[in-house]
Structures are given as C-alpha cells and as structure tokens.
Design a protein around this ligand. Structure first.
Ligand code: SAM
Length: 245
C-alpha cells in the first residue's frame, strides 16, 4: 500500500471521526436530536405562551423552561406536550395548559420555603413545577391509577420533595398542614372548608370555582380575621369529584 496515500487519507478522515464521536449535534449538517428539538419547543413555550402573556415571575419561567413536560404525557402525545392547550392523560383527565400552570403557580407567590398542598395530581407535572419552587409538596389524587403513575414518575425523575397521596382532596391532608399555599386543579362549586382550615395564616389558595355555570380562577388570601378573594379570570377545568354526598 502506498503509505503516503494512506497517511493522507487518515489525516483527512481523522477530524471527521472526531466530530462524529461528539454526537450528531456537532456534524456540519446540524442534525438536531429529539431532545434538543423538545428543548427548543419548551423554550418557545416559555417565551410565547408565558412571558408574552404576562407571566413575570422569573423563577416560574425558569422552572417551566427546565421541566421536561413531555415526560408527563403518554409517548404518542409527546410532540404535543408544548402546545398551547391542555392534553388528555389517562382516566379521562387532563394535564393543564402551560399558561394556566404558570398563572396558578405564579399566583401562589412562592419564595422557596413553603409547604404546599395540591389537589388533583393528574400527570404530576404541576407538582413537579411546585417542587422546584417550594420546600415541600403534598399532592392528592382521587384516581388510584393516576396516583400510582404520577408517584412513580415523580420519583424516577428525582422530584423527591413531593408526596403523592391517594384520597379525596375535598378533605385536604391534615397531617401535612398548615399549608402556606394550596392549589386546586379541578373545578369546584365552592372551596372545601377543610382546605381553608388547613391553610396557614397569610396563606394563598388558588382554585377554579364554578359560579353561574362559569369557572372563575380565584385566589383567596387568609388574613388574621378574614379571607379576601381576587378573580384572576375565566378558566375551564375538569370537575372536582367526591366530597360531601
Ligand atoms: N395537576 C394535574 C397535572 O399537572 O397534570 C392536572 C389535574 S387534572 C386537570 C384534575 C385532576 O384532579 C385529575 O387527575 C382528577 O382525577 C383529580 N381529582 C378530581 N377530583 C379530585 C378529588 N376530589 N381529590 C383529588 N383529586 C381529584
């Protein structure tokens, strides 16, 4: 063999092997891996659906830019995970629209030290977002299959300050109370008294409440003597089930 030609070919090929070994993103053809594509979609979601619509809390924006929402939906739904809408999950339930997750989370005014209660674990996505913004999260889900899947998913992804409880959220979770923040992710005709009782002084509670057939997203704040209420706008959630017969 002509050694000169061999050396020349090797010298030409060597840089290509070097690039190839670093992975597809380094090739001159700009191959984008599925993970990179999903990350790009997630960042677009944050800019276009959240920031441009008025979400201002940088901690919320940053957290939602990091959490892989596509891992909280079924595999065939992953490409839709960053769409501007809720998506179906198992048992006829839904994972909320990203903007609504951001709005509700921002409304809780979390600083990182809070003990939080969520009613309606569903996919576990909202709980994952809360887990990065508060100290401790208890999340109650009434449907056993959803509770089991969300518990396993959150544990596998390392959200280890979240406890998923199988039960009826109408009664809250007294052993974990008092809560600095409570979030209800299913629509109710009135905020269950147990949730107000388990809310700490100065605590915030966000819930979709149905009045005259329309759902209003309400934020309640527990003062020393009274509870104040703000209407954050109209929403559409699946109904809260269970409660008093
Ligand atoms: N937060 C969820 C997420 O991030 O995927 C979405 C919640 S989905 C809109 C509403 C959830 O509330 C459903 O999973 C439903 O089974 C649950 N749910 C309904 N009534 C409930 C109750 N009384 N107690 C606890 N969970 C309830």
């Amino acid at each position: 063999m002509n050694t000169h030609r061999f050396r020349k070919t090797w010298l030409l090929l060597f840089p290509l092997f070097g690039l190839w070994s670093l992975g597809p993103s380094c090739s001159s053809n700009q191959v984008v891996t599925p993970e990179e594509h999903l990350r790009t979609m997630r960042l677009q979601m944050v800019e276009q659906q959240l920031r441009q619509r008025g979400i201002r809390d940088e901690r919320v924006l940053q957290t939602m830019a990091e959490i892989p929402r596509h891992l909280f939906v079924s595999v065939p739904r992953r490409r839709e995970a960053y769409d501007d809408r809720p998506l179906p999950i198992d048992e006829g339930q839904t994972i909320s629209q990203p903007y609504i997750v951001a709005l509700m989370t921002e409304s809780l005014l979390l600083t990182g030290t809070e003990n939080v209660l969520e009613i309606g674990t569903g996919s576990g996505y909202q709980a994952a977002v809360l887990s990065r913004l508060a100290q401790r999260v208890y999340s109650i889900e009434i449907l056993p299959r959803l509770a089991e899947t969300a518990r396993a998913r959150l544990a596998a992804l390392g959200y280890d300050n979240v406890t998923v409880i199988l039960g009826d959220g109408n009664y809250g979770w007294a052993p974990g109370s008092p809560y600095d923040a409570v979030i209800v992710t299913a629509a109710t005709p009135h905020v269950p008294q147990a949730l107000l009782d388990q809310l700490a002084a100065e605590g915030r509670l966000v819930a979709p409440v149905t009045r005259d057939g329309v759902q209003h997203l309400l934020r309640l704040r527990k003062g020393r003597r009274s509870i104040t209420e703000e209407d954050l706008g109209l929403v559409q959630f699946v109904p809260l089930i269970g409660g008093e017969p």
